[in-house]
Design a protein around this ligand. Sequence first.
Ligand code: MEV
Length: 396
Amino acid sequence: MLSEVLLVSAPGKVILHGEHAVVHGKVALAVALNLRTFLRLQPHSNGKVGLKLPNIGIKRAWDVAKLQQLDTSFLEQGDVPMPIPEQVEKLKEVAGFSEDCAATERLAVLAFLYLYLSICRKQRALPSLDIVVWSELPTGAGLGSSAAYSVCLAAALLTTCEEIPNPLKDRDCISRWTEEDLEFINKWAYQGERVIHGNPSGVDNAVSTWGGALRYQQGKISSLKRPLALQILLTNTNVPRSTKALVAGVRNRLIKFPEIVAPLLTSISAISLECERVLSEMVAAPALEQYLVLEELIDMNQHHLNALGVGHASLDQLCQVTRAHGLHSKLTGAGGGGCGITLLKPDLEQSEVEAVKQALTSCGFDCWETSIGAPGVSIHSATSLDSYVQQALDGL
Ligand code: MEV
């Protein structure tokens, strides 16, 4: 066991194309967002393991001695055990939830307990730790906040348990793990995501682990070689929704109308591939016509997503408002509210961007211009982010 404090961060994500289709084995294109989740892990000897999540007001602690007495053999299933419903039920008993405990809190605590007990059980004794996780990402908005949470937890717990080495050297402010270690982090993070979402495709945790821009299909990940120079307006409709329920809705529609829905998923996959092709062409020689193609792809995909039943009146409004300014938008993530993306062409005047932002804000939405293609999970020297950490802790 390492005795030092670890400070880890992982980015959120934006899916350009392929949400929902990716759950059914199709291609998705996703990019890491310049908004991150941070985790501080502090080993101590007070006999407790504590979890603090200031963004959602959670402060919980468990006696390590009590956890140690639990029969954790239910977690024994190979190297990176996949959570099954019976295990999740057992973890609920361990967690000791009160009746009025909100769903977000339950899922965050269950994913933590699952990863803590599974990763640390190989140690002679379960470690006494204090973990704080805070985020720049809104929760439940389709920006991969749960994946960034799982990735941070997996990276920090695997490192503190010396399952993977700490890549941070003496004078480094920031460092990243090797490809092989990232694969291990990603596998564990996926299990955390399974506790939270049931049966996710794995695209969110992959982007949060590797960062940059990725093409993802059935667990196969390939990084888009050169960085994209795309400017995007990200809008949060602030309409809450459940990824699990929306994914289940698409599955039901596919079962009910296979002849209609399967071609939609295939078409979305083709949109992802066409977008990838255009983006790679654009790196060499960007031209306005290519932006027009990207806009057409956005419009077609948004219609497909509506046909899959994951649209929402707030997203329609977002598309209409941006359309009135000559811009094209689609939902990103699970839909049903949450976030949308709008492509900003390079010839767009800043005053135009401000006008759209103003119009969207007056609909009750939050929006911001973002840079995409941020680095994946990283480890920071504890002092490099001192004041930032302090600010987050003050919020507790
Ligand atoms: C959620 O960010 C994206 C979905 O495709 C679900 C998944 O990939 O697991 C809707």
